[in-house]
Design a protein around this ligand. Structure first.
Ligand code: C5P
Length: 218
């Protein structure tokens, strides 16, 4: 069974997906970290992120492996490095590269095969798993999203300012929504949930209630 959660940066997808997966006893896939790993691998090879052929080859040959909560890219633990601001911005650049998307979509479908999984990203319900049993689209107003991101960055030891994070979020949303291939859109059959003003726990409660009803998971 597949549950997809898509939406813009900072809408609370990761924490919600993790919480929902735990409540339902499903696995959890954070597909944003895969695009981040591609950007990280390209930057660490000194490639320009706009180099479509070079970055496409990096993605196609990339080994990604989750060991518990840690993500390894070609045997290097990249869990912390992929959260750096330049990798966040770079991820949305490489995510517009068709070869990168082809490679990541293949890995995502392989990862989900035969499993009960909650997968989150931008295109999970619209493109990667069009037949998913239950689809969500999370939104929140931009300031709330920026506040959330700012808190995350601070917790990870990368302090910033609200204005800067808000500008980065607008930039990333614009790139994600206007790219030619698999832009961020709400799948027509996705249930939209606005998370502004709700705690993480309340959002997970709401999604769990809907998912159990739709999937009849007891
Ligand atoms: O969700 P997260 O902020 O980690 O995603 C980083 C970037 O990866 C996004 O801004 C987006 O450009 C890209 N992405 C994507 N498709 C996905 C997941 C993430 O294009 N399914």
């Amino acid at each position: 069974m597949i549950i997809t959660i898509d939406g813009p940066a900072g809408a609370g997808k990761s924490t919600t997906a993790k919480g929902l997966a735990q409540r339902l006893g499903f696995e959890f896939l954070d597909t944003g970290s895969m695009y981040r790993a591609v950007a990280w691998a390209a930057l660490s090879r000194g490639l320009k992120l706009q180099d479509e052929v070079g970055v496409g080859a990096v993605a196609t040959g990339m080994m990604l492996e989750w060991r518990g909560t840690q993500l390894f890219c070609n045997d290097t633990d990249v869990t912390t490095d992929i959260r750096q601001p330049e990798v966040s911005a770079g991820a949305s650049v490489v995510a517009a590269n068709p070869e990168v998307r082809k490679a990541m979509v293949r890995l995502q479908r392989e990862a989900a095969m035969g499993r009960n999984i909650v997968t989150e990203g931008r295109d999970q319900g619209s493109v990667v798993f069009p037949d998913a049993e239950c689809k969500f689209y999370l939104t929140a107003d931009p300031t709330k999203r920026a506040e959330r991101r700012l808190r995350e960055l601070e917790e990870r030891g990368h302090p910033s300012t609200l204005d800067r994070v808000l500008a980065e979020i607008y930039d990333r949303d614009h790139r994600d929504k206007t790219r030619a291939i698999s832009p961020l859109v709400k799948a027509t059959d996705a249930i939209e949930v606005d998370t502004s003003g709700y705690s993480q726990g309340e959002v997970v409660d709401r999604l769990e209630e809907i998912a159990r009803e739709v999937l009849k998971v007891r």
